[in-house]
Unconditional design. Structure first.
Lengths: 717, 330, 201
């Protein structure tokens, strides 16, 4: 460490702000050279490889597991299952306010509640040996009849509160519908969707000097530490979780079966154990977005003013854990009506537990409501943007609370101008380019803008640089880079003097990378610590060799936020081409204009917003996990069977933003992780209607569905 | 994946001898399908005989206007070959419509013909499948079948052949040459794939232990004006839900000769002979093309969720033939 | 290990020879990642369905998950670790970095290896599935964004960074052919996005 006289930091002239200027990723060179090590890539002496064995029945009990044959195979070290695995503590409430999903607290009983349920972990010297042994493991099941039949009208559907109340309501819906000049009553469905991040879930667990060390791919080290400590009855300080680089998360990378199984094996074998999910296993073990069946009823006056709004959503969960896909939540924020009723219901089926997936609730909910509004606009003879502008609420339609800022109208105005919306011919099916029918569509977007408590550690180093330590996760968001810019501005220095270290639970508790809250929450903590550090440095003392370190904790500040409707907003536009003879749909052009608070790094934020819109294309046209009713398992559980958008599916997409600012955030940030997908599928579906005249209320808009709709519209074509 | 022995073959007789009569041995070409099937447990060979380095990687003129294509020629080299692009452009288009650039660099011509169906019941060893486990049943008929066969299927199997290349080769009357320990043999592609019947696990007429050595494309002047169109559920890197390889010789507004083959509709690339017959001598107009499509598709027996393919194939045939006729008129 | 199911092999990777004993089941991908600590090549699906494991084999792009290491002997293998010349990034790497052609970075090495090959395949005159006329007399197609998108479609990017990836490939292709006609890639423009990227670069 240098002992040279430190540069006076506090007295330096503040450079032009880094926040708001484009910066390439600080870990970019590592990523483009292959030097960045992800969780499954860190070498350990004596590493053993675990392979999960999963159930081949959708419901039943394990009668017996023939471990002897497998233990005799080359290289096999252990077979963990419900008969010999360590017992776990499962009666606790975790960081996200819920009990652990039994899908993750593995090998605790003989019941099988879904196809692909983890039944054993086979550990061997090499991955090839572990795989063959796990696939050779004979498990005898007592099979029971299963029910995976998801559809609207299930009599056993129940309202579940989840992260928001199940039911809201005001006014007389039927009376307002009856009094309406225009009514829409339609059901919309979205299928089972999977995160399908490129890096499979991977972990290496080992004991080192009495501490459990976990090298993991996750969205929050604090989250994973908390869960593992509770499950294994350890002090949180006895567990360290690190995740330097994370190959995508999208809501799926919390605590799942593989980490728990790896910790069990490392504990039993006393050597490092790595467990990586196979792509096929991810379809049953990594969580997913529940399918939804949504009924929307809208009633409006002739001028488009909403008198009645009903949005009821049904999703599914497993029989062992409750999770709600709160699709009706979209309508609680976006539109008011004299009679306003929303409900989120679930049905419990013999399927794995769904989980958060990019814009939970908002992604499917916006598809239904924003398509329904498009239908209403047609019935009212109004431009769909005008319809939305006429229904801008003054306060939260359900909460009655004021909005912290609501710049939806400005997004539509700017988007309409840039997209060339003015003069759009509203008639469907009248524009053609060769074999392609052309159409345009729009939709609104919103996503909650929140913050979670975080701590950050800032050190002024003796050499004049600064080190930021925070248990943040960069799952592709550019968090590491954003926090570098935040810290530089907060400290009044240039970015080259700031080094940000993340992905280590030893840095103290911090918010997860989720809910579009990560960067805002971490930035708040970094900003707070930086303010204190500047005060310390302003006293003018020399910096000792070990540096000067301060720690922040935003728990009180975040908790003191006034209750308001806090959201990002956006206006989505799409132009599609549809070939009615083949059913092919291509999205030629998309534009999203967002009001998403202050943008920290335009380069990475734009990329993330566009990425969300790509998810919208993928959701609208491609994604659908197919279930085989007879077995209760998937059909085609791989990336050839589950289609996500390829490069060729994404033509011209642009995302931009208008001036927006969260007045109660120290930096003005809201969050950009999720809003890009919200409304995007609806904009595409509305454009398909404009191109063809056919409403597609069931996603994805596959060629066979387009062909069927064309045949129904024109039976002699 | 079970452990296996590995041998690299250096000449054709050596390769055939190394495989011998061992039912648990497989030839390994590009591996793009076999290695995947070994990982999923569908294939569990005890020995692999690597044939990638056999001297079968040439594309040569047959002297009469045809082409002889070695079995280990990669898909990429086939697609990029100037003579293929000139004389059989639909073949290049078909190859390029398949898989990805990476996979086309690996996959071989011989292996492409022998690739297995991507039916999700076939590739999942936890499920029943008559093709993989004879007698276990065909769950697709009652289950998921929206991309399954509408032509030539049976109550035992409704899977489709996944090849794009094979569709064009079928239209151009390719002949498969092979070698066994007993000597060499030939099979026209039309006879190469066996009918499904009650033996969907028996896919080709190749004798046991045979190694495909090359394909011969006979001269076909009509093929110089040919096209391949593929429809899939995303814009690229996906298997077809329907495809058409077509070649038309149109003179004075009349179809003199027609070649037509369909993909993703049957257990093999489907030569549309009824349609060809209907087209030959007919005016090159939309009505003729539609009538020809109807003639072929009259035999279609769709299931509830794949009936759209009848419409799709009809529309595709009309569209591709119309494009070719317009091209001829220019 | 049963000698008949394993072999001692020599792999030639980025110009260096590596001798190791492999279980025949070991794929080239696993040999790189698990045996040689060259983890830049990524395992996304292990089934040839995502492209994350793309490397160059004898100069051509290939997925390393669907080839056995034992069958890769005597071939020249280039991985992402072999792309840069010392500290100087390959133009494709530099373009991905400057234009933010990635987010989580996990598909990135495969995208970059693929892009390097795409530029060479195009330079060699290979047509693609979106090339309107594949006949040799039609000449090589210009490397339009549409051509790049199709040629790069064997590499999935779930973060959805495709538009930046296309811009990066177009820029790298232009830089490599300064003497030739400029690629018609219209990726460049005067949008705010372009300005940001130029500023960041």
């Amino acid at each position: 460490m240098t002992t040279a006289a430190p540069r006076s930091t506090a007295a330096a002239t503040p450079p032009a702000g880094a926040v708001g200027t484009a910066h390439t990723r600080v870990e970019g060179v590592e990523k483009v050279t292959g030097a960045a090590r992800y969780a499954g890539e860190i070498p350990f002496a004596g590493l053993a490889h675990g392979w999960l064995a999963v159930s081949t029945v959708a419901r039943g009990r394990i009668r017996s597991i023939d471990t002897d044959a497998v233990l005799a195979m080359p290289g096999v070290l252990a077979v963990l299952h419900h008969g010999n695995a360590p017992r776990l503590e499962t009666d606790y409430i975790g960081m996200l306010g819920t009990r652990p999903d039994p899908t993750c607290t593995v090998f605790q009983h003989d019941r099988v509640p879904s196809m692909g349920w983890p039944v054993a972990l086979v550990v061997a010297e090499t991955p090839e040996q572990a795989r063959e042994a796990a696939e050779s493991l004979v498990v005898d099941y007592e099979q029971q009849p299963h029910d995976i039949d998801f559809h609207s009208g299930r009599p056993d559907a129940v309202g579940l509160d989840g992260h928001m109340p199940a039911v809201t309501g005001k006014g007389d819906l039927e009376a307002e519908l009856a009094a309406s000049a225009a009514v829409v009553d339609a059901e919309y469905t979205t299928p089972e969707e999977h995160h399908s991040m490129m890096e499979p879930h991977a972990v290496t667990a080992l004991w080192d000097g009495g501490r459990l060390e976990v090298f993991d791919s996750n969205q929050g080290a604090t989250w994973v530490v908390g869960e593992l400590a509770k499950m294994f009855s350890l002090e949180p300080s006895a567990v360290r979780v690190r995740s330097e680089h994370v190959g995508g998360g999208f809501g799926s990378k919390g605590v799942r079966a593989h980490q728990v199984a790896a910790v069990m094996a490392a504990t039993v074998l006393r050597r490092p154990v790595r467990v990586v999910m196979t792509r096929r296993q991810m379809f049953s073990l990594a969580g997913y977005r529940s399918p939804t069946a949504q009924r929307v009823r809208l009633g409006a006056d002739a001028d488009g003013r909403l008198r009645a709004l009903e949005h009821r959503s049904l999703s599914l969960t497993s029989t062992v854990h409750d999770f709600v896909e709160p699709s009706a939540g979209h309508s609680r924020v976006m539109y008011d009506a004299d009679a306003h009723h929303t409900a989120n219901q679930v049905v419990r089926l013999d399927l794995p537990t769904p989980t958060f997936m990019r814009a939970p609730g908002e992604a499917p909910g916006s598809f239904a409501m924003e398509c329904a509004l498009d239908e209403l606009a047609v019935k009212c003879g109004l431009d769909p943007i005008e319809l939305r502008l006429r229904n801008e609420p003054e306060r939260g339609p359900v909460s009655g609370l004021p909005f912290s800022s609501r710049n939806l109208a400005a997004c539509f105005r700017e988007g309409a101008r840039r997209f060339g919306w003015a003069g759009r011919d509203p008639r469907p099916g009248v524009r053609r380019d060769g074999r392609w029918l052309l159409g345009t569509g729009t939709a609104a977007a919103s996503f909650g803008a929140g913050a979670g408590p975080s701590t950050a550690v800032l050190t002024a180093e003796a050499d004049g640089t600064f080190t930021v330590r925070i248990a943040a996760a960069d799952i592709g968001t550019g968090a590491r880079t954003a926090l570098t810019l935040i810290a530089a501005d907060a400290l009044g220095v240039t970015t080259d003097r700031v080094r940000v270290r993340i992905g280590d639970s030893d840095f103290g508790p911090a918010m997860i990378a989720g809910g579009s809250m990560g960067t805002r929450s971490w930035a708040w903590a970094v900003n707070t610590a930086a303010a204190e550090l500047r005060e310390r440095l302003a006293l003018g003392a020399d910096i000792p060799p070990e540096g000067i370190t301060v720690r922040s904790d935003t728990t009180a500040a975040v908790g003191a936020l006034a209750r308001k409707e806090r959201h990002s907003y956006g206006a989505q536009f799409a132009e599609v081409a549809v070939d009615l003879t083949t059913g092919e749909v291509r999205v030629r052009r998309m534009l999203g204009i967002f009001a998403a608070g202050r943008i920290v790094n335009p380069l990475t934020a734009r990329n993330q917003l566009v990425g969300g819109m790509v998810w919208g294309i993928s959701m609208a046209l491609h994604e659908e996990a197919v279930r085989d009713r007879a077995t209760g398992g998937h059909y085609g559980a791989d990336l050839a069977g589950y289609h996500v958008a390829t490069n060729a599916d994404v033509q011209d997409i642009e995302a931009d933003w208008i001036e927006d600012h969260d007045p109660d955030d120290p930096v003005g940030i809201k969050g950009v992780g999720e809003i890009g997908i919200v409304g995007a599928a609806a904009a595409v579906a509305n454009a398909v209607w404009h191109a063809t005249g056919a409403r597609h209320r069931d996603l994805p808009i596959r060629p066979d569905r387009v062909l069927r709709a064309a045949a129904e519209k024109a039976p002699h074509a | 994946m079970r452990e296996f022995g590995y041998h690299k073959a250096h000449d054709v007789p050596g390769a055939v001898a190394l495989l011998g009569a061992d039912p648990d041995a497989r030839f390994l070409g590009g591996g793009t399908n076999l290695v995947d099937l070994m990982k999923s447990g569908v294939e569990r060979p005890a020995r692999l005989v690597d044939v990638r380095e056999l001297p079968l990687d040439a594309i040569e003129s047959t002297g009469d206007g045809g082409l002889r294509i070695g079995a280990t020629v990669t898909n990429s080299d086939l697609a990029a070959h100037p003579e293929v692009r000139r004389a059989y452009p639909a073949l290049t288009q078909a190859v390029l419509a398949g898989a990805s650039g990476q996979l086309r660099n690996m996959a071989t011509v011989g292996g492409n013909l022998l690739q297995r169906t991507r039916c999700g019941y076939f590739t999942d060893v936890t499920k029943a499948c008559n093709k993989r486990a004879p007698g276990s049943g065909c769950p697709a008929i009652e289950g998921e079948h929206h991309n399954h066969a509408i032509l030539g299927a049976s109550g035992h199997c409704v899977a489709v052949h996944p090849s794009d290349m094979g569709v064009a080769l079928t239209a151009f009357d390719a002949v498969v040459s092979y070698q066994t320990a007993e000597g060499t043999g030939e099979l026209p592609l039309a006879d190469f794939y066996l009918p499904v019947g009650d033996t969907p696990h028996r896919e080709t007429a190749l004798p046991a232990g045979a190694l495909i050595t090359h394909l011969t494309l006979p001269p076909a002047p009509v093929a110089a004006r040919s096209r391949y169109r593929k429809v899939r559920e995303r814009a690229s890197y996906a298997f077809a839900i329907g495809s058409v390889a077509a070649a038309l010789d149109v003179r004075d507004g009349v179809v003199r000769e027609a070649r037509l083959a369909l993909g993703a509709v049957a257990s093999r690339p489907w030569r549309a002979r009824a349609a060809e017959t209907a087209l030959t001598g007919a005016p090159a107009d939309a009505a003729s093309f539609a009538a020809a499509a109807d003639a072929e598709l009259a035999a279609a027996k769709p299931l509830p969720d794949n009936a759209y393919k009848v419409t799709l194939m009809r529309n595709l045939i009309v569209a591709v033939c119309t494009e070719l006729a317009e091209e001829a008129a220019r | 290990m049963d000698p008949s199911t394993s072999s001692a092999i020599t792999l030639n990777i980025n110009g260096e020879k590596h001798t190791l004993s492999v279980d025949h089941r070991t794929t080239l991908l696993d040999a790189l990642r698990e045996r040689l600590e060259m983890t830049g090549t990524k395992k996304g699906c292990d089934q040839g369905q995502c492209g994350a494991c793309t490397v160059l084999v004898d100069g051509r792009r290939a997925v390393s998950c669907l080839q056995f290491a034992v069958a890769a002997e005597d071939r020249q293998i280039t991985t992402i670790e072999g792309m840069a010349e010392g500290d100087e990034l390959h133009p494709v790497q530099q373009a991905f970095l400057d234009l933010d052609g990635y987010q989580c970075g996990y598909c990135t090495p495969g995208q970059i290896c693929s892009a390097v090959a795409v530029i060479e395949e195009h330079a060699a005159g290979w047509p693609s599935a979106v090339t309107d006329d594949v006949r040799p007399e039609a000449g090589p197609p210009p490397l339009t964004p549409e051509e790049i998108r199709e040629r790069m479609s064997g590499n999935l990017c779930r973060c959805g960074a495709y538009t930046s990836i296309v811009q990066a490939v177009a820029r790298a292709a232009r830089s490599g052919r300064a003497a030739g006609p400029p690629a018609t890639a219209s990726a460049a423009g005067d949008t705010q996005e372009e300005k940001d990227k130029e500023a960041a670069a």
